[in-house]
Design a protein around this ligand. Structure first.
Ligand code: ZN
Length: 338
């Protein structure tokens, strides 16, 4: 089959590889309904992470189970499933607390930018739909696997609730999903920080009430102006740079919460500054498995349409163009037809 391999920064290829096989009794093999490129795939693509061996890319997935290992009990061949990009047993203490992305057996999904993929820890990772979903729901179900689950976690970690004022730092796919999530959780004011017209438009469609194009201290100043000098209850940090993190911390009011889901690259904190700011910080890889059943239901009931975040659809064979388009910010998120 054709699959996506990253050889070096800027060098991503679609090439012939062996089809995945069951390696452990807890594995499942799925036939993907579609795949996509993640913003976090751009870190190694841009050379921010070292690439020492060719990487089998892709960690967002949904599709039909074709085979399961002998120990798998909760899913069976023929079922449509969505899984989290973090693989978990869903039984250890951390999983039981709802932090499946810190599972004692945690692994990260790989190799999903391909027609077939192996999903380890299938019982603890996959959730089946009651029926075969309609084709037009596939992009939204695929989004649940990571980008929506991560935006949802950012909003949850930032304590968004009915009546909250939320700020979303970052207008990538996760930031836009953060806007959608904050809206679903009842935030009445959602301030999206974005400089790009198409992303601003999508943010407004997902529920943003205000757009701020300023960044850094100027951006924080604008947020203070919009919140009577107080700052926001909740801030979703969806980038992972020093500038975006400082902006997020400074935009929250004292007692406010920051949910940070952009993988930090070169971010440091000044302890004393944090001490006097009196703000809560919770972040990390999203425990998507905790949210999967609920978010899948919202999609299947057509209450949300996160699939709109895919503004480029290309065949898997053209995956390199998907990476390039996202890297150059010509596309928000690329869906791969497999
Ligand atoms: Zn676990």
């Amino acid at each position: 089959m054709l699959a996506t391999m990253l050889y070096a920064p800027g060098d991503v290829r679609c090439e012939e590889v062996a089809e995945p096989k069951i390696l452990k009794p807890t594995d499942a093999i799925i036939k993907l309904a579609a795949s996509c490129v993640c913003g976090s795939d751009l870190w190694p693509f841009r050379g921010a992470n070292e690439v020492t061996a060719p990487l089998a890319m892709g960690h967002e997935y949904c599709g039909v189970v074709v085979e399961v290992g002998s120990a798998v009990k909760t899913v069976k061949p023929g079922q449509f499933v969505v899984g989290s990009f973090c693989l978990s047993d869903n039984t250890c203490p951390h999983c039981k607390f709802g932090f499946q992305s810190s599972c004692e057996q945690r692994e990260f999904m790989t190799g999903a930018q391909a027609p077939f993929a192996r999903v380890p820890l299938a019982d603890g990772t996959l959730v089946a739909t009651p029926d075969m979903p309609a084709d037009d729901l596939i992009p939204s179900l695929l989004a649940v696997s990571d980008v929506l689950g991560t935006g949802w976690y950012a909003a949850d970690a930032a304590g968004v609730q009915e009546g909250s004022t939320a700020v979303v730092v970052g207008d990538g796919a996760v930031g836009l999903m953060g806007v959608l999530s904050a809206k679903q959780m009842g935030a009445t004011r959602i301030i999206a920080m974005s400089r790009h017209k198409t992303r601003q438009d999508l943010a407004l469609e997902f529920g943003a009430t205000d757009i701020i194009s300023e960044r850094g201290d100027e951006g924080v100043k604008r947020i203070k102006e919009l919140t009577n000098g107080v700052g926001a209850d909740s801030v979703l940090e969806c980038v992972g740079t020093q500038e975006s993190m400082s902006q997020a911390v400074n935009a929250a009011r004292p007692g406010g919460k920051i949910g940070f889901v952009g993988v930090p690259h070169g971010v440091t904190f000044d302890g004393q500054n944090l001490f006097f700011q009196q703000k809560s910080l919770l972040g990390g890889p999203a425990p998507v498995r905790r949210y999967l059943p609920y978010l899948m239901e919202l999609v299947l009931d057509r209450k949300i349409n996160p699939g709109k975040v895919f503004d480029l659809q290309i065949p898997l064979a053209d995956v390199a163009e998907g990476y390039k388009a996202m890297d150059e910010r010509r596309a928000i998120k690329a869906l791969l037809r497999v």
